[in-house]
Design a protein around this ligand. Structure first.
Ligand code: ZN
Length: 162
């Protein structure tokens, strides 16, 4: 056992950027490696590499989801995968002036809720290649996929249908 009442942390020469004193707002660096599983949603992310979007369909009531879902929100039964079309139309849209780390350099950016024909729920994604004032509900759009997958939701995005 060591007992040292004079123990002291090393002093450093680096400081902290202070943006505001009241309330105190400081700059902190934050970075981690995050290992996680996509579990039952894995097929959705694997399909992005084939440039396909996969939705979920209830095995019992037939409700169709434009997103991965292990179980039906309508009746609770297990779902199965099915291929979504790569084209749809804008159901709703918004312009974001702030975003998570992945999007900060792209602000402002547009989010859309994509409506696929014959699908009961919507899919949220980004749309690029169109100015805010040119976006409209019902605009035909199509999915594009990153060539070098990151295996995350940003691998797919939408553009106006030519
Ligand atoms: Zn169901």
């Amino acid at each position: 056992m060591t007992i040292n009442p004079k123990a002291k942390l090393e002093e450093t020469q680096d400081g902290t950027v202070v943006y505001n004193f009241d309330p105190l707002i400081v700059k902190s660096h934050y970075e981690i490696d995050y290992v996680h599983s996509y579990a039952q949603d894995s097929e959705f992310f694997k399909a992005l590499g084939r440039q396909e979007l996969m939705g979920s369909k209830c095995k019992k009531c037939g409700y169709t989801y434009g997103t991965p879902r292990g179980h039906c929100m309508e009746c609770g039964s297990e779902t199965e995968w099915y291929k979504l079309p790569n084209e749809g139309k804008i159901h709703a849209f918004t312009t974001c002036y702030f975003g998570g780390e992945a999007f900060l350099n792209e602000t402002p950016f547009h989010l859309v809720l994509v409506e696929f024909e014959g699908v009961d729920s919507l899919f949220m994604s980004r749309i690029i290649g169109v100015d805010t004032e040119d976006l409209y509900v019902g605009m035909p759009i199509r999915a594009k996929f990153r060539r070098n997958l990151k295996l995350n939701p940003t691998d797919v995005y939408f553009v106006p249908k030519a």
